[in-house]
Design a protein around this ligand. Sequence first.
Ligand SMILES: [Ca+2]
Ligand SMILES: [Ca+2]
Length: 186
Amino acid sequence: MTTLRAARAAAAPLGAGLTAGLLVLSLGSPAGAAVRVAEDPVGDTAGHAHGTGDVTKLRIKHAPRALRMIAFHAEDSRLSDVQAFIIDTDADAAGPEYTLGTGIGEGGSWHLYRADGWTGVLGDALCKGRNDWDRKKSRMKVVVPRSCLGKPARVRVNLVTSNDYPGTPVDHAPGKRRYSRWVVAG
Ligand SMILES: [Ca+2]
Ligand SMILES: [Ca+2]
């Protein structure tokens, strides 16, 4: 077993901004795309000297070709350094099936792995792609082809954020080892 942090790989220069993707979302979802928003409380990182990474919501859009996930942070909380999107596709198999790791220090990349429980990953990355983050708006977005996930009928997601400095806060949305509601494929 490898920890996600150990498996993180540095890569190419940072990618483009988030503007185009958000514009599409704000104009509405294509017919059939299923969207769910998992809310998370504000204030989880209060009291820390580095009060970053306080997630307010996780938006999940399960479109025909891709799973689109956006982590939103509180206004007074900067974007967390590291985000792990933990994805369940099979309720009958114990634990999550996939873990996607990304972050602002990942060279603009995300990497998707087979999950080994809630905190580990197995083997090499199954897929990788460019992330899309906006520091001013404290948002991190990733778009994962459904083929990378075995084209599941539905997914549910847990988000864990953390920071590179020891002792800084970790936040979980919608809660520690809790998933969003199921999001069926559009
Ligand atoms: Ca929070
Ligand atoms: Ca499972």
